[in-house]
Design a protein around this ligand. Structure first.
Ligand code: SF4
Length: 222
């Protein structure tokens, strides 16, 4: 399928969301990756720097070992990888340590994305661990970004409103929520950062806001 896409769209970059675990099978990886144009980004979640942490979040024993093995195989094949860390309570608790682990063991990744959780699907079903107030985790987020930057790994903050981040992290924040999913709240009226801010997932109405929002005006600065 990927080769057909690549042939039909010779200048398009492809982003594949996958847990990456099947790449631990080296024969399968070689069959799949050999000859693949270098226009594919593999987007792979990592939720911890030890098996019991990652396996708990994905609820599958052995997933961490397979994921790490898969990441190393992708590197051997010269593939581009974006690591995705969704910011739920179990990952936020160990986020700086996880970023140190990535810097030491997976420094080849093209980017690490630290992502606010979309309140939908399994996140809604597991609200007690997925609903966080990002303002409570500013120190952890700052340390995590600093450790990735120190390791020379490009870092992106996604799905996080600017008023929920310290100003020092604003340069890392992306307007990542697709426009068909993005909304702004009543509290955003008059906010001078709106054009640069990702806003909120429309689904927050059935779930939660990532933090209490606060319009940034000329009078009310961060
Ligand atoms: S008030 Fe709204 S627009 Fe302004 S930074 Fe917060 S979420 Fe973004």
């Amino acid at each position: 399928v990927l080769t057909t896409f690549a042939d039909l769209h010779p200048t398009t970059r492809f982003e594949v969301l996958t847990n990456g675990r099947l790449f631990h099978d080296r024969d399968l990886a070689t069959a799949l990756l050999t000859g693949l144009p270098p226009r594919v980004w593999w987007m792979i979640p990592l939720y911890g720097h030890a098996d019991f942490l990652h396996d708990y979040v994905v609820q599958t024993e052995g997933a961490f070992d397979q994921t790490i093995d898969g990441l190393l195989t992708l590197h051997e094949h010269g593939q581009s990888v974006q690591l995705r860390i969704v910011l739920i309570e179990p990952t936020l608790r160990i986020l700086p340590e996880l970023c140190t682990f990535i810097g030491k063991n997976l420094p080849f990744v093209r980017q690490v994305a630290l992502m606010g959780c979309e309140p939908t699907g399994f996140a809604l079903a597991n609200r007690s661990v997925c609903e966080v107030n990002v303002l409570d985790w500013q120190e952890s987020l700052t340390q995590a970004v600093q450790r990735l930057v120190r390791a020379g790994i490009p870092t992106a903050l996604m799905n996080l409103p600017l008023c929920a981040l310290p100003e020092s992290l604003h340069p890392f924040a992306h307007r990542s929520i697709s426009d068909w999913k993005r909304v702004y709240a009543t509290a955003c009226q008059g906010c001078r950062l709106q054009d640069d801010c990702c806003g909120l997932f429309a689904s927050h109405k059935r779930g939660w806001e990532p933090a209490p929002l606060r319009a940034i005006t000329e009078e009310a600065t961060l």
